[in-house]
Write a new protein. Structure first.
Length: 368
């Protein structure tokens, strides 16, 4: 009997890699298209149930491959319809994914790492430290589970219509797994989402932004949170490596390569820290006349954090100031805060934290 540990997990393989797997088995590449549909569109993980494959091929797949899903540890349902799942990621660790239902769409916020190394001052995930990157299968598995666990929409489509890489972790620090996962999300043989409905968020890894622009045309969101380097150094430490001017140049290069593409700039509203009208004016100066959208995020508190949420009046004034300059500005509605599923609250379970380096600089140091 084959050793399960030596089998290939097909769940995270995009079409090209799955075709290569079949060719390596001495089979025709077109079988990849059949298996993709079975796994991602029909939710079938047992090769014996893939009835348009020959019996001999199903036997070979059972010997060489698995479709292994992440284990669901818990599900929490919010009063507002938000759903949060906790997925096991080995060695007592866990990551979270959150589904946010709206009348016209269903957005799934997924994780890309166990913890996060970037240590943003206002984020519960960063406070947990970092352990490891998720595999493409562990990333896609969150989407697979949500689609199977949730009732379909009235038109028969899956509940998940939009994906945002805004859960635990810095997606572009796990580029090797995030891009294959994204290709599956976009594939008509798998989830068939449009490029504008898949958003990759980053705190500002400039080289990876440029690489993403060349390799994967999806929506890009940037966690800005401050309009000047002095303040952003405090809130988003990666700014010390890639300051605002360098980051924005990468953003505009991204939009130049993808026509009609806007960058969404996330801006968490912290009382007395980054929410004055002067800050709004500075932010407007940075983005005025550029292909930019601004998403203001009321801060969601968590234990042990020093910050407080800006008042509703302050957020409205900040938004109005930017709108008067003709900028596109929205304020994110807080969802799922009663189950700690709101933006910035995802913490999962991270242990055995490790040091992480980007280039020659340490981003996060933590001990077990």
């Amino acid at each position: 009997m084959s050793d399960p540990a030596q089998k290939t997990n097909l769940l995270g393989l995009p079409q090209g890699e799955l075709e290569a797997h079949f060719v390596a088995l001495g089979e025709k590449a077109y079988h990849a298209r059949q298996v993709l549909r079975w796994i991602h569109q029909r939710g079938v993980t047992n090769f014996e149930e893939m009835t348009d494959l020959s019996k001999s091929l199903r036997t070979r797949l059972q010997e060489s491959a698995v479709v292994e899903l992440p284990q669901v540890l818990s599900q929490h349902d919010s009063r507002d319809g938000t759903v949060k799942w906790l997925f096991a990621s080995g060695s007592g660790q866990a990551v979270e994914a959150v589904f946010i239902p709206e009348p016209d769409r269903g957005t799934l916020c997924i994780s890309s790492q166990v913890g996060c190394a970037l240590d943003c001052a206002f984020c519960a995930t960063g406070a947990q430290g970092f352990n490891r990157n998720l595999t493409a299968a562990e990333i896609v598995g969150q989407v697979w589970h949500a689609n199977q666990a949730l009732p379909r929409r009235n038109n028969g489509e899956f509940a998940v219509t939009n994906i945002v890489f805004m859960g635990m972790g810095e997606p572009l620090a796990n580029y090797r797994s995030v891009v294959p996962a994204t290709r599956l999300l976009l594939s008509d043989l798998a989830y068939g989402l449009s490029r504008r409905k898949v958003t990759v968020s980053t705190s500002g890894l400039v080289p990876q932004i440029d690489r993403l622009a060349d390799e994967c045309n999806v929506a890009l969101a940037v966690s800005l949170h401050a309009p000047n380097d002095e303040l952003r150094n405090r809130l988003v430490p990666i700014n010390k490596i890639h300051p605002i001017a360098e980051l924005l140049d990468a953003c505009w290069r991204y939009t130049e390569k993808h026509a009609k593409r806007f960058i969404t700039f996330e801006y968490v509203m912290l009382r007395g820290v980054n929410d004055s009208l002067q800050h709004a004016d500075e932010l407007g100066d940075l983005l005025d006349g550029k292909p930019a959208k601004i998403n203001l995020i009321p801060f969601n508190p968590f234990d042990g954090n020093e910050f407080a949420r800006s008042s509703a009046e302050t957020i409205r004034s900040f938004q109005d100031r930017l709108r008067k300059r003709g900028m596109i500005v929205t304020t994110r509605k807080t969802r799922g805060d009663d189950i700690d599923a709101a933006c910035g609250q995802l913490a999962g379970k991270v242990s055995d934290r490790v040091r992480v380096r980007l280039g020659d600089k340490t981003i996060r140091t933590a001990t077990a």
